[in-house]
Structures are given as C-alpha cells and as structure tokens.
Design a binder for this molecule. Structure first.
Ligand code: ZN
Length: 292
C-alpha cells in the first residue's frame, strides 16, 4: 500500500511537471550586440523570468568592435563575460554568437543559425529590432530574424533541427526612427517594479555603459567611480520615460488608473511575418499585463 502511494505521488508529480513545462512561455530576444536585448526588453524579461517563464537573450555579433581602446578577441572575450553576468542578473540565459561586430550581413549562414536557435528554444515569442535603424548590425539582425519567421516551420530548411509546429509571434522593440514608418506600440509592459533590477543588470556591461558609450557621447570624464553613482549614471541616460502613444497603449492594457501612472515601460510592435495574436493570446503570452 505504501509503495502504491509513493508511486501515485511520483506519477502526480510528473504530470504536474509536464503541465508546468507546457504552460511555460518561451521567449527568445535576438539583438545585434551584447547589451541590445538588455535595454530593449530587459524589464519585461525580468517579469517573465520571475513568473517562471523561460527567456533567452541572443547577441548575433560578439561585440568585438565596440570600444575605443580594445578590440578583436580580447574585447569579444570581455563582452562575453559581461553578457554572462548580465544574464545572471536578469534571470535569463544569454548566448553570444561569434560574428564580427559592425560587419554583420544577412547571409544564409547566419539565417540558418537564427532558425536553429529559435527552433531549439521552442520559442512562442521572438523579439528583435525593427529593420529601420541607424546601425547596420541592428538592421541586418532584424532582417535575419524576419527571414527566419515562417522558415522555422519548414522541415526541409535546416533539416537537422526539428521544425516548430506553429510560427511563433514575432515582435519588434521600440525605437524613435520615423521613416519610412514610426514604431507602433501594440503592447506596452509596465516595468516600474523591476526598473532597479534592470539598471543593475545592464551595468554588467561595464565596457559599454561606463567606457564605450560615454566615449562616443564625449562624456567619458563624467563617468562616476563608485557603484551607486554608476547605477544612477545609467539610470539617468537609459531608464526612459513614457511617451503619449506608449501611455495610450498602457491604458489599453492596464486600465486608466494604473496605465496612466506608469513611469517606465517597454513596448513592442507585432511583426506581420509571424503568427498574428489576438487580444486573448497576447494576454496569455504577456501574463504580466492586467486588463481592467
Ligand atoms: Zn546594438
């Protein structure tokens, strides 16, 4: 009898685990450089991760051009270590592909790499840049991910990795570029509760936020030395605010009262090449939204 009870509880436990696995939302964020996913979708990633969902960040290039004094293998190695630490702080898996920074082209080799990654992660949601962006690596990353949409379900493409049974939902991250068309926020996520964790996680990219980016902005001499001031330094520059159109989207998803009070948010636009989610599916994939 005792053995039977133990067996029964083991079976129940397994069923529970299988269900939990099936309910898990699987998200892959694909950026051009080690730090892009972090700033664009880091807060939302923290919220998913805290709810037990699976998030992976991918940098398509190794970041080996992003510094004024270092470069090549030494910089790529440093940025890999920074990405791993950032992943730990965000609570997500982080992978950096070994393509040169500043030299990315949307070729078949990288397209296949992206298809394989999306399939292996069994992604429900894929997030990337929009294809109109100032940086060629961002533009081509967007194009590579667009080229992978739909192909991820085609068995004869990258045949060694089993295809997905359904095309994931593909989303673009927010930017301010206006031509040929401005970003349209279909979904906006309030990240006020995790903004400090997001800034702390971004700070793991020391070579970027305290060296390279201040150097490009001509403010290298303004970078503080102590940890607390360094976090404030990033927060002031990258915490962002809520523009009128993002506020409108926040009100749609959170209701008037909460939506209009949100201070920090991340917004996403639905890419037409992925599955088109209806409102019900958006709420399933973004369980942190609270429709009122
Ligand atoms: Zn970038």
């Amino acid at each position: 009898m005792k053995k039977l009870l133990i067996l029964l509880s083991l079976v129940c436990g397994m069923i529970f685990m299988i269900n939990a696995q099936q309910d898990k939302i699987r998200v892959i964020v694909i950026g051009a450089h080690p730090d892009d996913c972090d700033g664009d979708a880091g807060g939302t990633a923290i919220l998913w991760a805290k709810m037990g969902h699976a998030v992976k960040f991918v940098s398509v290039t190794n970041g080996d051009a992003g510094h004024q004094e270092m470069g090549g293998g030494a910089l790529a190695k440093r940025r890999m270590a920074e990405a791993m630490e950032a992943g730990r702080r965000f609570g997500v898996e982080y992978e950096v592909l070994d393509n040169h920074d500043g030299e990315l082209v949307p070729d078949l080799k990288v397209r296949k790499e992206i298809i394989k990654l999306i399939r292996e992660w069994k992604a429900d949601v894929v997030i990337t840049h929009r294809p109109n962006d100032y940086h060629p690596d961002h533009r081509y990353t967007a194009m590579l991910v667009q080229d992978a949409a739909y192909m991820v379900i085609v068995p004869n493409i990258v045949p060694e990795t089993p295809p997905l049974s359904t095309n994931p939902v593909f989303l673009y991250t927010q930017d301010n570029f206006q031509k040929p068309n401005p970003f349209h926020p279909d979904i906006a996520v309030a990240i006020d509760d995790v903004i400090d964790q997001k800034i702390y996680a971004m700070a793991a990219h020391e070579s970027q936020f305290f060296e390279w980016l201040p150097w490009t902005a001509g403010i290298l001499d303004k970078v503080p030395k102590d940890d607390k001031s360094r976090l404030d330094f990033i927060a002031q520059r990258y915490r962002g605010g809520v523009s009128d159109n993002i506020k409108e989207t926040l009100v749609k998803w959170y209701g008037d009262k909460k939506g209009s009070q949100v201070k920090y948010a991340e917004a996403f636009e639905i890419c037409e090449f992925g599955r088109r989610p209806d409102e019900k599916e958006i709420l399933r994939l973004f369980p942190m939204l609270e429709v009122k």
